[in-house]
Design a protein. Sequence first.
Length: 511
Amino acid sequence: MPKTAATPPLAADPSRWKALVFIALAQLMVVLDATIVNIALPSAQTDLGISDGNRQWVITAYALAFGGLLLFGGRIADKWGRRNAFIVGLIGFALASALGGAANGEAMMLGARALQGAFGALLAPAALSLLAVMFTDAKERAKAFGIYGAIAGGGGAVGLILGGVLTEYLNWRWTFFVNIPFAIIAAVGAWMVIRESAGSRNRAPLDIPGVVLSTLGLVSLVYGFTRAESAGWSDAVTVGMFIASAALLSAFVFVESKVKSPLLPLRVLLERNRGGVYLSLGLAVISMFGLFLFLTYYLQVVKGYSPVMTGFAFLPMIAGMITGSTQIGARLMTRVAPRLLMGPGFLLAATGMLLLTQLEVGSSYPALILPAQLLLGLGMGTAFMPAMSLATHGVNPADAGVASAMVNTSQQVGGAIGTALLNTIAASATTAYLTDHAAEAAAGGAAGKLIQAQAMVEGYSSAIWWAVGILVASSAIALTLINTGRPGAGGPVASGSGAEDAEIKIPVIAH
């Protein structure tokens, strides 16, 4: 007989849609911050006297703290309570943003960015896991994750627009100060409307060796890829970071398989649907981060767009992501299996990326870049929504925070890899083109500038071909590994989760 006892508490929370507003606002703030500072960096560097060699640390300090502490943040959310972690993360992020906006030198700026990353690592998994435990009805869950997926996918491009407007018309400091009202509104709203059952917390003692090994391992990995972009792949420190990361993360997996209360229970990683999400999403983000970088430079350096114009040029991608998440993904998620959204979604995005391999110095924005962005946005939006929802597929509620942290970890590591890997490929192709056309480049004048521009575009095109292949691989992984049916359809249950989780799968994923 079906279990009906679980129904009343699942349907009893009348505040879930109000809570979604504040959770989405917090997620937007975190995603915005990943790109908004990029536009402001040149102005901030000049004002604060940051050297060219150290300017990358404004980005890297955030990425290292955020990527390295995500698993720790996810487990803290499980232990403290997701609502508490969410509010503390918001307050801390606001204070760190105020510190960054008021920075009077390099040290203060870098410290503020590291603090932003640390509190973001607490906030991001708490936000996603709150959605996982609050929205249990299949149709409502699809709508909620559609909104969340659109924000997660399109927020980076919105950051480019907002960063351009604030930097051009106000001051670079406002790219930090703008976070404060976002955080205050979200924290007050969460305090008022979010109610969380204490029974869903994980009361197990904290796995300190796991915290140390995972944090150091992820920091080494992110720093290795970040350093590779500037120092090269054969640099001794770069190679050392990768070796250290492999050793630390291998030790982490071994420890997690032995301790009684692991930081990251291996069942969270090894269940094929969640594993498929983490892997395919991480690969897809490699392509997305690389494209943001190339298109930004192409539009500003080659086409001569202002920062504001560049930001607005990304609007078709945002529109595509929102449409894909809310109108395609959310509407079809309760009707078809998730892999049938994620696989074709990544392929559609690959088609848009394929168009951009035809990029030339004189390419038309309406004829080439606009349709490519629309296809890319539609595909990624369609795929992101079920991916975010499946992040907590079949997971015990006590592990929801750390399962959610794995999504953010895969995206953060994917972003670091994408920026370094694709930028290195582009730089190599540009250098090769300039070597082949050395005589024309040395001529100077208009002809020399044209060769320089053509070399840049040649580099972007070469790297985008790799991005196409990566998106095709994401599609293949999603179609192969993800085998759960549509929510509520009684598809294959999560493998490797153990009998203990079986009792919880129905209320957590669908009712």
